[in-house]
Design a protein around this ligand. Structure first.
Ligand code: HEM
Length: 230
């Protein structure tokens, strides 16, 4: 336990926590993006939507072994913990780097605190605001008078018919794409996955992943806006 606490106090320890919580969040985002592609499935013969069936499955997965929504709540707790760890470690790393910069090499280190890492902070704040809005929007339904609990497909269509909602999601997904791009790249760095042969592949790989998530999330939303998906 003491060793874990000591490791946590080091910059490397915080970076490892940042990477581990980032991986959990990344995994969630990726699976969420795949889940949203259910919007593209044709309506079943009984009139049900694949998205609604999938959402119901998420609420009842594991039942009766676990209570209704048991796995869902466990996932929410894990995500909340991962977000908290990610933000606290980011804040502490920022504080440490600021303390280091107030030393005699101030200017030089300041330059190496790159455009990317500053954008990561702003991107992170935007994503946090987005998540709060998004939960009020699609989970609690507090933002749309037409919201209906469980009618996920219809709620989705109602939302993205509005260009303002689409525009807001587009911006948030752009912030996410950038965050993932830099995040995936830093992840390799933190794990020390350093090999001259593979290093040139890290950036294209990170960019590819970010792009897949971006396109995957925005495709059904764009089809709704275009009036193709109803
Ligand atoms: C175009 C992008 C996105 C769309 C259209 C979208 C859509 C949705 C919908 C319809 C639900 C509700 C599902 C249900 O009622 O069962 C949902 C849940 C959720 N989304 Fe998204 N999502 C998007 C992006 C994201 C991103 C980028 C994140 C996180 C960074 C995120 C985090 C969540 C969370 C945490 C929940 C579950 C809330 C809960 O039930 O506790 N979403 N999303």
């Amino acid at each position: 336990m003491r060793r874990v606490a000591t490791l946590y106090r080091t910059t490397v320890g915080k970076k490892v926590l940042m990477a581990a919580s980032g991986l959990v969040l990344f995994g969630f985002v990726f699976v969420h993006m795949l889940g949203n592609l259910k919007m593209l499935a044709p309506r079943a013969e009984d009139g049900s939507y694949a998205m609604d069936v999938y959402a119901e499955f998420l609420r009842d997965v594991g039942y009766p072994l676990v209570p209704h929504e048991g796995v869902l709540w466990l996932t929410r707790l894990v995500l909340l913990a991962a977000v908290a760890v990610h933000i606290v470690s980011a804040f502490q790393l920022w504080k440490k780097s600021r303390e280091a910069r107030s030393g005699s090499y101030g200017k030089e280190t300041n330059l190496s605190l790159s455009y990317a890492s500053r954008t990561m902070r702003w991107g992170g704040v935007i994503l946090l605001l987005f998540i709060v809005y998004h939960i009020l929007h699609f989970t609690t339904g507090d933002l749309h008078s037409s919201f209906e609990y469980g009618a996920v497909h219809q709620n989705y269509v109602n939302a993205f018919q509005n260009p303002l909602v689409y525009g807001f999601y587009f911006l948030a997904q752009s912030a996410l794409a950038f965050h993932l791009y830099h995040g995936v790249w830093s992840f390799f760095q933190t794990l020390g996955l350093n090999h001259p042969k593979y290093n040139p592949l890290r950036r294209p790989f990170a960019a590819g992943f970010a792009l897949v998530v971006f396109v995957g999330f925005l495709t059904p939303a764009t089809l709704v806006l275009a009036g193709v998906l109803t």
